[in-house]
Design a protein around this ligand. Structure first.
Ligand code: NAD
Length: 295
C-alpha cells in the first residue's frame, strides 16, 4: 500500500520503519527535517505538509504529541490533512489524546468523506522497534478491518474497542489504573523497608499474596528487587514520568467532563505533577517511589 506517515518522533520513526520493512511505500512528514531525513534515507518520500503527505496514498497514519497537534495537523487551514486528502482515504491516528478531541476530529473527517480510527498504542519505544505494540482501536467495524493489516505491520495485538474515541478511552483508563497501582506499590515497598524488612523478601511475599500486581511483580519500583526493572538502572529507559503525567492529565480531564469521580486518579495526577516539578519528569514512572524514600 501507499501510506502517508506524519509525526516521526520516538514512536513514529520505528513504526514507519516497520511499515517500510513490510514492503509498503511511504510518504512522510514531520516539522523536524532531521527526523524526515532518517526515513528518506531508508526509501520514504518526503512531503512538504500534512496535506501533501495525504495525497496519492491509500491511508494516512499520524503519531503526534497531543490533542492540539492532532487538531491542527488534521484540520489546519490549507496545510492540514483534511484540506488535501481525497475522500475515501482511511485516516489512522495513533497519538494518545483526549477522547473528545478524537471524536471531534473523526466527525470532521467523516464530513469530508474520510473514515477515521483512533488507534493509540501501549508497548513504548521497545514495542515500536520490535513491531509488538498493542493497538486499541476506536471506530466503525469496517474501518477497523481496513486498518488492521496496516497496524499488524507495527503491532501484535490489535483490539477493537468500539466506536470513535474508544481506543483513547481504553488507553487512558488503563494507564490511570497502572499509575495508581504503581503509587500503591511504591508506598508499600518504601514503608516495609522503613519498618525494617528486606525489600526483596517483602516483594516476594506481596507477589504471592493479595498485594500482587504488575507494578510489584514485573516492574517493581524498589531498586535491586528486579534486576531488569528501570529501578535497578537509575530509572533510565522505560516509560517516562512526564508521559504518565500527560495520560493522567488527559484521564482526569475526561473524567471531569463526564462528571465521573476518579479520586485516586486525581491524586495520582497530582503526585506525578509534583514529581515532575522536582525534576524527575525524564525518569521512568516507577521513580515515583522517590517521593517516599530518600536515596
Ligand atoms: P515525540 O515527541 O517523540 O514525537 C512526536 C513527533 O511529532 C515529533 O517528531 C514532532 O516533531 C512531530 N510533530 C509535532 N507537531 C507536528 C506537526 N504539526 N506536524 C508534523 N509533525 C509534528 O513523541 P512520541 O514519544 O513519539 O509519542 C507520540 C505519541 O505516542 C504521544 O501521543 C505519546 O503520548 C504516545 N505514546 C508514547 C509512548 C512512548 O513510550 N514514547 C508510548 C505510548 C504512547
Amino acid at each position: 500500500m501507499k501510506i502517508g506517515f506524519i509525526g516521526l518522533g520516538h514512536m513514529g520513526n520505528p513504526m514507519a520503519r516497520n511499515l517500510l520493512k513490510h514492503g509498503h511505500t511511504l510518504k512522510v512528514f514531520d516539522v523536524v527535517p532531521d527526523l524526515v531525513k532518517k526515513l528518506t534515507d531508508l526509501g520514504a518520500a518526503a512531503a512538504s505538509s500534512p496535506a501533501a503527505c495525504s495525497q496519492g496514498v491509500d491511508a494516512v497514519v499520524t503519531m503526534l504529541p497531543s490533542s492540539p497537534h492532532v487538531r491542527s495537523v488534521y484540520t489546519g487551514k490549507d496545510t492540514g490533512i483534511l484540506s488535501g486528502v481525497p475522500a475515501g482515504v482511511l485516516l489512522i491516528d495513533s497519538s494518545t489524546i483526549d477522547p473528545h478531541t478524537s471524536r471531534d476530529v473523526a466527525m470532521d473527517a467523516r464530513a469530508h468523506g474520510n473514515n477515521m480510527v483512533d488507534a493509540p498504542v501501549s508497548g513504548g519505544t521497545g514495542g515500536a522497534e520490535a513491531g509488538t505494540l498493542t493497538f486499541m482501536v476506536g471506530g466503525e467495524t469496517a474501518d477497523f478491518d481496513k486498518a488492521k493489516p496496516i497496524l499488524q505491520c507495527m503491532g501484535k495485538n490489535i483490539v477493537h474497542c468500539g466506536g470513535a474515541g474508544n481506543g483513547q478511552v481504553a488507553k487512558i483508563c488503563n494507564n490511570m489504573m497502572l499509575a495508581i497501582e504503581m503509587i500503591a506499590t511504591a508506598e508499600g515497598m518504601a514503608l516495609a523497608a522503613k519498618l525494617g524488612m528486606d525489600p526483596k523478601v517483602f516483594a516476594g511475599i506481596a507477589n504471592t499474596s493479595s498485594g500482587r500486581c504488575w507494578s510489584s511483580d514485573t516492574y517493581n519500583p524498589y531498586p535491586g528487587v528486579l534486576e531488569n526493572a528501570p529501578a535497578s538502572r537509575g530509572y533510565t529507559g522505560g516509560f517516562g514520568s512526564d508521559l504518565m503525567l500527560k495520560d493522567l492529565t488527559l484521564v482526569t480531564e475526561a473524567a471531569k467532563a463526564a462528571k465521573q469521580p476518579v479520586n485516586l486518579g486525581a491524586a495520582a495526577q497530582q503526585l506525578y505533577q509534583m514529581h515532575s516539578l522536582m525534576g524527575n519528569g525524564g525518569l521512568d514512572f516507577s521513580s515515583i517511589i522517590k517521593l517516599y524514600k530518600k536515596d
